[in-house]
Design a protein around this ligand. Sequence first.
Ligand SMILES: [Zn+2]
Length: 233
Amino acid sequence: MPLFQYKVIRVRKLSIATTISVHPERGVVVRAPFWLSSSAIQKFVEEKSEWINKHLKKIGSTVPEKKYLEGEMHLYFGQEYPLKINLINTPIRTSVEMAENSIKVDLYQGHTEDKKGLEIKEGLLRWYLETGISVITEKVNFYTEKVGVNYSRIDIKKVSSIWGSCSPNNRLSFNRKLIMAPHEVVDYVIIHEICHLVHRNHSSRFWALVAKYDPKYKEHRRWLYRNHLLLSI
Ligand SMILES: [Zn+2]
């Protein structure tokens, strides 16, 4: 499942290069020759996803860059919480945990100012990854039992241009940034990938199965397309 939605325009010419453009109104548009398969186009878009995200960010420019300072708001399961930085006298590994209505960061006060920002960013990323593993595993176990399917393993990706994927050998992968999205959206991504254990395509039978376990899946899918830029760390 890619991070953004894109439109494909088929060009009736044999020798045309596949190109991608990012428009403020039209979004991501891919122009491809008529003979190129959908999976080849998808692969092309995935390879270019870093470039596309950069441009989407530029034109959307509503997402301020994070500074990792006291009181800055960060997302956790769709809710924003302020950072509460707790400076410690002795050198420690930066740690992050959920406190009452804030995200508490224990940080060594001897770090330089630049290093402090970096430490908090990395601490948050580690926290999203660790939380991601336990919450996503729990949700996957819950839904695979409901659907009546088995998976081989779960990977939470550190860097990923997709929300989730399901490999031919039943390996499920998820993006750690999902932990920033609301629970019902995380559930949708998990249900989507689990339904691929039954249908390895996006056929109407696949979507009917998704709808059975997430009747509001269209709303959740839209949320991801609209908000994926907010889910930056
Ligand atoms: Zn899919």
